[in-house]
Design a protein around this ligand. Structure first.
Ligand code: ZN
Length: 393
């Protein structure tokens, strides 16, 4: 067997229609990422022109600086989300439903989007208040302190997310008794993960995507499999996918993410420090960097910079994904099941992007590349018996 040819044939076997649809969906998502910047620009321009934040800042003059800052920041977060609502409804709900990626009723989607907006108004509002605090106190070094705060905030959110945030959006339950639970418990035990860290969640509420994830940090870390993946896959496929997630867990990828995102925050904040004045001039405002009334400029600059550094962060995430795939192959050794599971994700990620497209936009290596790697593993380990346990009854 030649892994390259076999991988190409496996992807071809999805059919021209499915491949075209996946290609259209993925290319559309990439254009959306670019258009987001235009939307962000329009929102910043509108908010600055309305002078809404500047007027609130003046009106709340008698309040303490921290309360005033928090107030203006939360108003900004809510106002910009409301202004972007038609766009986010199109990209996050209508288009997803059109491509069959979600079956969530509009009412439920709006309810959960409102909940998520409320949460980010509080969490992001507190974070931005901290940033403005440093802009006043640390002045020239505010970007250094703010990136430290970003790292701390990220750790706190990741730590508490499985306890306080995720249960607001989905139901997480221990895996039900049966062969799947038995197999996965054994897999977890081999990796030194307590069995009570394995969950199934109603991912089908928001998405029809075949998916699983690791979330949380330290004592609260857990592996969660979407009911879509659990019900739409064979036992061996679930084992291969869980092997991948256990790989992320055991290899400590979440800590790598914390370090990388904190360093990116440092770069972005420093660039904001240098570029704020010319950006504010371009947007026709003379609000200084230290004033929360200039937040639309700061936020727009940060979005443009985050977009610019994304190829780099994507590359690092792809390295982690490759490692997790290899971990699964090494520990459960189910390359064929891995291939079958990967092909199920091709509906929402063009399995055969151009090299440039993959480098710029892909947070996971392309499906064809991953299938090829699994088949290469199979070819390199012909006699291996790891993981070839008894089949489900
Ligand atoms: Zn992964």
């Amino acid at each position: 067997m030649d892994p390259v040819t076999t991988a190409r044939q496996a992807v071809d076997a999805l059919g021209t229609d499915a491949l075209q649809r996946a290609g259209a969906y993925t290319t559309g998502s990439e254009w959306i990422a670019g258009w987001e910047l235009v939307v962000a620009f329009l929102i910043a321009w509108l908010l600055l022109r309305s002078r809404l934040l500047a007027r609130l800042w003046m009106r709340w003059e008698r309040r303490s600086t921290l309360v005033r800052t928090f107030g203006v920041c939360t108003v900004y977060i809510i106002a910009s989300a409301l202004l972007a609502l038609p766009w986010s409804l199109y990209t996050e709900w209508w288009r997803e439903a059109h491509y069959g990626r979600t079956s969530q009723p509009l009412g439920d989607h709006l309810f959960q989007a409102g909940l998520s907006l409320l949460l980010s108004a509080v969490i992001l509002g507190l974070f931005l208040t901290g940033v403005y605090f440093f802009l006043h106190r640390a002045r020239e070094r505010w970007w250094l302190w703010s990136s430290g705060l970003a790292a701390l905030g990220l750790v706190v959110v990741l730590l508490l997310s499985p306890l306080l945030i995720e249960p607001l959006f989905n139901q997480y339950q221990p895996l039900g008794d049966g062969p799947v639970r038995q197999a996965l418990e054994q897999q977890a035990a081999t990796a030194g993960i307590p069995a009570d860290r394995l969950f199934v969640y109603d991912g089908s509420r928001q998405s029809n995507n075949f998916t699983a994830n690791v979330s949380g940090l330290g004592p609260f870390a857990r592996i969660a499999i979407s009911d879509v993946a659990l019900h739409g896959a064979s036992l061996e496929e679930v084992r291969a996918v869980t092997g991948h997630e256990i790989g992320h867990y055991v290899l400590g990828h979440v800590w790598r993410t914390v370090v990388v995102l904190s360093l990116l925050a440092l770069v972005v904040f420093y660039a904001v420090h240098r570029l704020f004045a010319p950006a504010a001039r371009c947007l026709g405002t003379n609000e200084p960097l230290a004033s929360p009334a200039g937040l639309p400029v700061l936020a727009l600059l940060a979005s443009v910079l985050m977009f610019t550094v994304q190829p780099f962060s994507n590359w690092l995430v792809r390295v982690g994904e490759t490692e997790a795939d290899q971990y699964s192959l090494q520990t459960v050794n189910l390359p064929d099941a891995m291939v079958a599971a990967l092909l199920k994700t091709a509906a929402y990620r063009n399995p055969r992007p151009s090299a440039l497209e993959e480098a710029l936009f892909y947070s996971h290596p392309s499906v064809e590349r991953r299938v090829r790697a699994a088949l290469q593993w199979k070819a390199d380990h012909p006699g291996s018996k790891i993981g070839r346990v008894e089949k489900a009854p």
